[in-house]
Design a protein around this ligand. Structure first.
Ligand code: C2O
Ligand code: CU
Ligand code: CU
Length: 503
């Protein structure tokens, strides 16, 4: 239910324009890499997070007002253990309603963060219900929505493989600006299988949340927001429609950071938390040598066996678990992580400086996991087709799945609990497609075999322009209302989302 403007009559741009920051940017590879704090439980299995505004120093010397989980960006990391359910109580002290979704989590529908299951601020009713702000809280028109005031308990069974998940805002029509303003954090599930492998751990396991942003002259985040409750940029519709790109690459909330490492193996838990930016990562030494990126895990945990990449494409919301070995780099040397898809400043991502030689007891076993599903095409009781493309949303340009833009009141796909299905997805432009609740395998891409980076159990598959892919999954877990959508966050807000009902 967003505003109309003259821009609506034009075709959406196929790639977003980069928002240029209006302040002096720091040099790359100077700011130390922050590691998000691990959240302490308030009692066994119980966590509390307050969503609130905070002013952070993202760029050295500038103050950036953000929306945060517990006052930091990224939010605190939750570490959970397979088989041990947890409850996270979120308290919303922000000026807008929010929804929390655990991306990659096998959650019950009540805790999955359906986009109309709002947590409204304490004074929201008084502020807004009398005011007639029609479309602004269209999500509240969903008769099935469960709206709570101030707090909500999200309960996670944690009945799933060890994996890097992430939690982020998922409010209908406003997910993209909320994530851009800071509502994202990591959630790491651990289990015994992973512990038995001797992968690099402790300080040699690094979560890396990559996200691009742009800044106005005063250090505020720049965003072409259409939210009438916020600072808006009238007429800026097109970048919103295509996906918003920033010119500053943040890793764990700091611009182009640098991290000191031992000359040893490191385990990089990489998440692309960008709204719309795709990366193709490579690790390059100062003398131009490209180091192997040894992938040991995908979105939903460990691979069956490692896959070695020279460069690794990563779309919004995808995660890659990668071993990078600094043993061949001399002390004092540097390894830069670069983005082959970027130019100028967006080619740089971060750097590692090798500070010392050190003993390394870690290993990368040839067999990592033997618990991966073995779904065959012949197991599928149904094949469904979905096209993801530009289309109409509320009479203007938007994005559609199967010709329709998101409507919480409609049922789009109904599957039976336990069924194996093949879904054929076809895209007009780049669309990272995400399914809630289930992990899937990529069966084919572009009519041929999956690519090396499609290995393992995923929850997000990156369709390149004009490309089709087939995925296979078994819909097990819980009955109820879930979603699938494009994880270009602006595409998602502009209609590219559908209901997935499990019965
Ligand atoms: Cu990352 Cu529907 O979510
Ligand atoms: Cu999700
Ligand atoms: Cu998309």
């Amino acid at each position: 239910g967003l505003a109309t403007s003259a821009a609506l009559s034009r075709r959406p741009a196929m790639t977003g324009a980069v928002l240029r920051s209006a302040l002096p940017l720091p040099p790359a590879f100077q700011v130390p890499l922050p590691i998000p704090a691990v959240l302490k439980p308030v009692s066994t299995g119980r966590y509390e997070i307050t969503q609130r505004e905070a002013v952070l120093e993202v760029l050295p010397g500038f103050k950036t007002p953000m929306w945060t989980y517990d006052g930091t960006f990224p939010g605190p990391t939750i570490e959970s253990r397979r088989g041990r359910p947890i409850t996270v109580t979120h308290r919303n002290e922000l000026p807008v309603p929010t929804v929390v979704h655990l991306h990659g989590g096998r959650s019950t529908p009540e805790s999955d963060g359906y986009p109309t299951d709002l947590v409204v601020p304490e004074n929201w009713g008084a502020m807004h219900h009398g005011g007639g702000h029609g479309g602004e809280h269209s999500g509240m028109q969903d008769p099935r929505a469960v709206v709570t005031t101030l707090t909500r308990d999200y309960t996670f069974p944690t009945d799933q493989r060890a994996a890097l998940l992430w939690y982020h805002d998922h409010r209908m029509d406003f997910t993209a600006p909320a994530i851009w303003r800071g509502l994202a954090g990591l959630h790491i599930v651990r289990d015994d299988l992973e512990d038995s492998l001797d992968l690099p751990s402790g300080p040699r396991e690094l979560p890396l949340l990559i996200a691009d942003r742009s800044f106005t002259a005063d250090g505020s985040l720049d965003y072409p927001s259409l939210d009438p409750t916020l600072r808006t940029t009238p007429g800026v519709r097109e970048p919103y429609l295509a996906g918003v790109l920033g010119d500053v690459i943040l890793v764990n909330g700091s611009p182009w950071p640098v991290h000191e490492v031992d000359a040893a193996r490191y385990r990089l838990r990489i998440l692309n938390a960008s709204n719309a930016r795709h990366y193709e990562l490579e690790a390059v030494t100062d003398d131009g040598r490209r180091l192997d990126l040894v992938q040991v895990g995908a979105d939903q945990g460990l691979l069956a066996a490692p896959v070695t990449h020279q460069h690794l494409p990563i779309a919004p919301a995808e995660r890659y678990d990668v071993i990078l070995d600094f043993a061949s780099v001399e002390v004092g040397g540097r390894v830069r992580i670069l983005n082959r898809l970027g130019d100028g400043r967006t080619r740089d991502v971060m750097a590692f400086r090798v500070a010392r030689t050190a003993k390394d007891d870690s290993r990368v076993p040839a067999v990592l996991a033997n618990d991966l599903p073995t779904w065959q095409r012949s197991d599928a009781i149904r094949v469904r087709d979905f096209s993801l493309r530009a289309g109409q949303m509320n009479g203007g340009h938007g994005w559609v799945i199967g010709g329709r833009s998101f409507d919480p009141a409609r049922s789009d796909v109904t599957v039976r609990l336990g069924d194996v299905e093949v879904w054929r997805l076809i895209a007009d432009v780049h669309h990272p497609v995400h399914l809630h609740l289930v992990g899937f395998q990529v069966l084919s891409r572009g009519g041929g075999s999956p690519l090396p980076h499609d290995a393992g159990l995923k929850d997000t598959v990156s369709l390149r322009p004009g490309e089709s892919a087939e995925i296979i999954t078994r819909f097990d877990g819980y009955r109820g209302r879930y979603l699938f959508h494009c994880h270009n966050a602006e595409h998602e807000d502009m209609g590219m989302m559908a209901n997935l009902e499990i019965v």
